[in-house]
Design a protein around this ligand. Structure first.
Ligand SMILES: *[C@@H]1O[C@H](CO)[C@@H](O)[C@H](O)[C@H]1NC(C)=O
Ligand SMILES: *[C@@H]1O[C@H](CO)[C@@H](O)[C@H](O)[C@H]1NC(C)=O
Ligand SMILES: *[C@@H]1O[C@H](CO)[C@@H](O)[C@H](O)[C@H]1NC(C)=O
Ligand SMILES: *[C@@H]1O[C@H](CO)[C@@H](O)[C@H](O)[C@H]1NC(C)=O
Ligand SMILES: *[C@@H]1O[C@H](CO)[C@@H](O)[C@H](O)[C@H]1NC(C)=O
Ligand SMILES: *[C@@H]1O[C@H](CO)[C@@H](O)[C@H](O)[C@H]1NC(C)=O
Ligand SMILES: *[C@@H]1O[C@H](CO)[C@@H](O)[C@H](O)[C@H]1NC(C)=O
Length: 913
């Protein structure tokens, strides 16, 4: 077009725009649309929208607001920018937590809007399809909201769109469909949809979005491989696909992306080798391929990536050596190669990387010495050779690293010594040299390194007088010297580590008394001096109020445990085992309510050790028995559901404090009997504790709770169908038979009831509460409460205290009838006992007494139900001698039942008696 034609076209456009927008009606409807949307928000009075109101002359003669005049100019409102004709061209509301949807946003009211930014709010719901009415939209930013649903395909009608920012929402939908709907947006240069729930794969069609400069699809659910067509996006500068489930290999076509500055393919499931074509990406500044399954070697051509700032290849399966060409990357600040299988020598060419701040070579197979050229990395802060097979001594040149703060040399084959007072440039904070073969006296060299905050020298065969070889490090918080051969006594100096939080000198030859000054190391949380030759515990250790782990086991400690140890209220772990300690145990240990591990075994204590079970996980796990975890209360205690730190859920039955009947002796004998019981239908005792403050039993946790609870809950009762019910009574019979016959000594439960039968997630029955609930106190006059539960105990118990197996059989019969009937059979039993004419048993049909919440049992299961009912009636025979043994019951139930003599619905109770 000729220049003049350009001019006329321009004028025409201006005229068109002004005629459409200059009228107040249009401006008014924009303001009205904004107010309508504002009103639809949950927080329309949010301060950010304070200016969003109409200014109009007051009509003092009018008593009411004239709603008709609701219109006017919104161009001065926060976040609104108008064109010169007063029409809104930009809406930009950022970070003010507006809550609501876009459903009432009248997109059609904004014919001139080209920028629409609602960044970082709490907007939700779908992106309405009528967003397509914003025909001039070029810039859309809805990042950091809670928009959900599909991205509307109508977005593809917004042909002027250049920028789409949708990252960090809850959008879902299939990427091939999304790309297909926007494939004609020929101006689109930025497309960000990271951190959503977009699924499927990156389609070949993506190659049509030729203007793309940035493509962000990180943190979605994308699978399959990266299409080669991405290589056609010749303007692409950023390709961010990290944290998806992308598989396959990296397409070599990516090497065509000459403008690429950032390539993030990390945290996917990429396989194959790294294509050498990536070495052509001359503009590349950041390359992230970490967290994949890439194999093969690092391409030599990477030495051409001259703009590279950071390269992260951590956690892959790369092999071979580091190409010396990497030394050409003179702008590199981070080289991360952790967790591969790279081998051979570390190339001395790395010494050229004078801007390098992070060199991470840990967990590979590098061998040979650390090149002295590493000493030229004058910017380096972090240097890690951890977990390789590096040999030789530490090069003295490392002392030139004036910015070094972290030096990780642990788990290598390093040996040799260092010159005195080497501090690696003078800023060293963390020094890791454990698991090597250093000269036994190397630690001396660190004596003047006052900047150290962490020292790890464990497992090195180091030796020397512990109080002479180390200096004072004012900021030290972590020191591990374990598994060496340090000797001598700890001097008062060890009280001057004011910031020390963890000190481990276990497995050395430290002797004598612990210095009282140690009590001044007030930040100590972990103190492990186990396996030494220590002789006495000073009471000053009780001043270490933050201490949560104290291990003094396997020493030569004698005399008593200072009572002050019981005042360490944060203590979780206390191991004093394998010493010669004697005298009383500090009773205050019972106050250490956080204690989860206590080991006092192998000593010479004069009294029974409280907490003797060692593992006190329970007290911790139930937060000292808070009522919110209580799942039941019984006669003797409360039952708590407790989550152990192992992730295991257990039930803890805690006995009421000061329970008079609960003498330590009877409790202990109960426990010893219980620990012998092993049956799939008897609850497993996992642990116990007896102490004056906390006496408890720990059982496996039964998800479904007690049989009584299930039967009283209509939903649960229906879940417990006939097959499951028959299985329950079979399991009970097996368990009681086992207790009566196979256990040694024989166990009579004495308290079988539907409350004491617990069901696991599969509705398998487990008898509980035996032993604990039947502790017999001869001094109590209220003995019936110990002999069973009213309604389940055999009638003869009214006359005799002698309890034998037959009373369990009776209780079993009651429970079994309860299972069949869905409720306690008390009324039925008394009806049957009441003689009338004709006898009740003649008139009552089995069908009428079984649980009516279930549909009647049929076929084989009907036969089993009848057979179970018959056995149950036999079990509740008034005369103990006439009842079957549990073994007989168990055997009858496990043999296939005889076929019914007549249909189930005709069987009377008399036929079962
Ligand atoms: C949206 O507008 C419709 C009708 O225009 C109205 O019924 C509805 O209540 C509005 N929604 C909200 C959230 O204000
Ligand atoms: C002011 O209110 C009065 C009473 O409602 C009405 O008659 C009058 O027309 C209003 N004036 C204007 C300027 O709106
Ligand atoms: C939107 O407003 C924010 C803050 O006022 C500003 O930083 C940002 O550049 C604006 N965005 C657009 C696209 O105008
Ligand atoms: C990654 O890919 C490998 C081989 O292709 C496969 O065995 C593995 O299950 C995948 N892992 C994930 C997390 O997709
Ligand atoms: C290296 O970094 C400097 C400073 O940031 C920059 O000027 C230079 O262009 C970079 N070199 C290359 C090859 O990118
Ligand atoms: C680096 O260390 C070596 C050995 O300690 C020393 O000879 C050399 O002078 C140091 N170089 C610099 C630049 O400090
Ligand atoms: C005896 O047992 C009953 C029933 O368990 C109970 O309510 C009552 O308080 C007990 N009496 C005594 C003195 O313990």
């Amino acid at each position: 077009m000729a220049p003049l034609a350009h001019y006329f076209l321009f004028v025409l456009i201006i005229l068109a725009v002004s005629s459409a927008s200059v009228t107040t009606r249009s401006a008014g409807s924009e303001a009205e649309a904004l107010l309508q949307w504002k009103d639809s928000l949950h927080n329309p009075s949010d301060l950010s929208l304070l200016s969003w109101k109409l200014l109009r002359p007051h009509n003092y003669s009018s008593g009411h607001h004239d709603m008709k005049s609701r219109g006017g100019n919104c161009c001065r409102w926060t976040g609104i920018v108008c064109n010169r004709y007063g029409s809104v061209m930009k809406i930009n509301l950022t970070s003010s937590n507006l809550r609501g949807t876009l459903q009432n946003f009248s997109f059609s009211s904004f014919p001139n809007l080209h920028t629409f930014v609602l960044y970082n709010h709490s907007l939700y719901g779908s992106i309405p399809s009528h967003i397509s009415n914003l025909s001039r939209l070029t810039y859309l930013d809805l990042r950091m909201n809670h928009f959900s649903g599909n991205i509307p395909s109508e977005m593809g009608l917004l042909t002027s769109l250049r920028v789409i920012y949708l990252s960090m929402n809850d959008l879902n939908g299939s990427l091939p469909l999304i790309i297909s709907s926007i494939r004609n947006l020929s101006s689109l240069s930025i497309l960000t949809m990271g951190a959503n729930k977009i699924s499927d794969f990156i389609p070949q069609e993506i190659g049509r979005l030729k203007s793309l400069v940035e493509l962000w699809l990180f943190e979605n659910h994308l699978v399959n491989s990266i299409p080669a067509s991405i290589g056609n996006l010749s303007h692409l500068s950023i390709l961010s696909l990290y944290t998806n489930k992308i598989t396959g290999s990296i397409p070599r076509e990516l090497g065509k992306l000459e403008s690429l500055t950032e390539l993030s393919l990390d945290e996917n499931n990429l396989t194959g080798s790294i294509p050498r074509e990536l070495g052509q990406l001359k503009s590349l500044v950041e390359l992230y391929l970490d967290g994949n399954h890439l194999t093969g070697s690092i391409p030599q051509a990477f030495g051409n990536l001259s703009s590279l700032d950071e390269i992260d290849l951590n956690d892959n399966c790369l092999t071979g050596s580091i190409p010396a060409s990497i030394g050409n990357l003179s702008n590199l600040t981070g080289l991360y190669l952790y967790g591969n299988q790279l081998s051979h020598l570390v190339p001395s060419a790395l010494g050229n990387l004078v801007k390098l701040r992070y060199l991470e070579l840990g967990n590979n197979q590098f061998s040979g010495p650390i090149p002295s050229e590493i000493g030229k990395l004058k910017s380096v802060i972090w240097l890690s050779f951890y977990g390789n097979k590096v040999t030789g001594s530490i090069p003295l040149e490392l002392n030139n690293l004036t910015n070094l703060e972290y030096l990780q040399l642990q788990a290598n084959l390093l040996s040799g010594d260092l010159p005195e007072n080497i501090c690696f440039g003078g800023k060293l904070k963390e020094f890791y040299a454990s698991y090597n073969n250093f000269t036994p006296t190397i630690q001396k060299r660190l004596k003047s390194c006052t900047t150290l905050i962490r020292i790890e020298l464990q497992a090195n065969q180091l030796t020397g007088n512990i109080s002479e070889v180390f200096g004072i490090y004012p900021n030290l918080y972590y020191m591990d010297l374990s598994n060496n051969k340090f000797y001598g006594e700890l001097s008062e100096m060890w009280g001057r580590y004011n910031n020390l939080s963890m000190l481990n000198i276990s497995n050395n030859e430290i002797s004598g008394q612990l210095p009282v000054e140690l009590g001044k190391a007030s930040q100590l949380r972990i103190l492990d001096l186990s396996s030494n030759l220590l002789e006495k515990i000073p009471k000053e250790l009780g001043q270490l109020k933050l201490l949560f782990s104290l291990k003094l086991n396997n020493n030569s400690l004698s005399s008593g445990v200072p009572t002050e140890i019981g005042m360490l209220l944060e203590l979780r772990q206390l191991d004093l085992s394998s010493n010669n300690l004697s005298g009383p145990i500090p009773q205050d240990l019972a106050n250490c309510s956080k204690l989860i591990y206590l080991n006092m075994s192998k000593n010479k204590f004069s009294e029974i050790i409280p907490f003797q079970i060692g593992k006190l996980e329970i007290i911790e796990a139930t937060e000292n028995f808070e009522s919110k975890y209580c799942i039941g209360v019984g006669g003797y205690g409360s039952v708590y559901k407790s989550l152990l730190s192992t992730g295991e859920v257990v039930a803890v039955k805690k006995f009421h404090e000061n329970s008079g009947v609960l003498s330590q002796e009877s409790f202990k004998s109960e426990i010893s009997a219980l620990t012998k019981v092993r049956h799939r239908n008897i609850i497993k005792l996992l642990g116990y504790c007896s102490h004056r403050r906390h006496s408890f039993l720990v059982y496996e946790f039964m998800e479904e709770g007690s049989l009584a609870k299930i039967l009283s809950d209509n939903m649960k009762a229906m879940e417990l169908d006939w097959t499951k019910r028959v299985n329950v009574v079979k399991g009970l019979a097996d368990a009681i038979s086992y207790m009566h016959l196979e256990c040694c000594p024989t166990i009579v439960h004495r308290d079988i009831s539907s409350k004491n039968v617990l069901l696991d997630a599969e509705f398998e029955a487990h008898i509980s509460d035996f032993g604990s609930a039947r502790i017999f106190d001869p001094e109590s006059s209220n003995w019936t409460s110990f002999a069973g539960t009213f309604g389940y105990s055999a009638p003869e118990l009214a006359f005799t205290m002698e309890v034998n197996q037959k009373s369990d059989v009776y209780s079993y019969g009651v429970v079994t009838l309860e299972v069949i009937m869905g409720k306690h059979p008390g009324d039925l039993i008394s009806t049957l006992l009441t003689s009338s004419s004709p006898p009740a048993a003649d008139r009552i049909l089995l069908m009428d007494v079984i649980d009516q919440r279930l549909s009647p049992p049929r076929r084989q299961i009907a036969e089993q139900v009848a057979s179970v009912a018959k056995l149950a009636f036999a079990c509740i025979h008034p005369s103990p001698q006439s009842r079957p043994t549990m073994k007989q019951v168990s055997e009858k139930l496990s043999t296939s039942s005889p076929s019914l003599l007549q249909p189930l619905d005709m069987i009377t109770l008399k036929q079962l008696l």
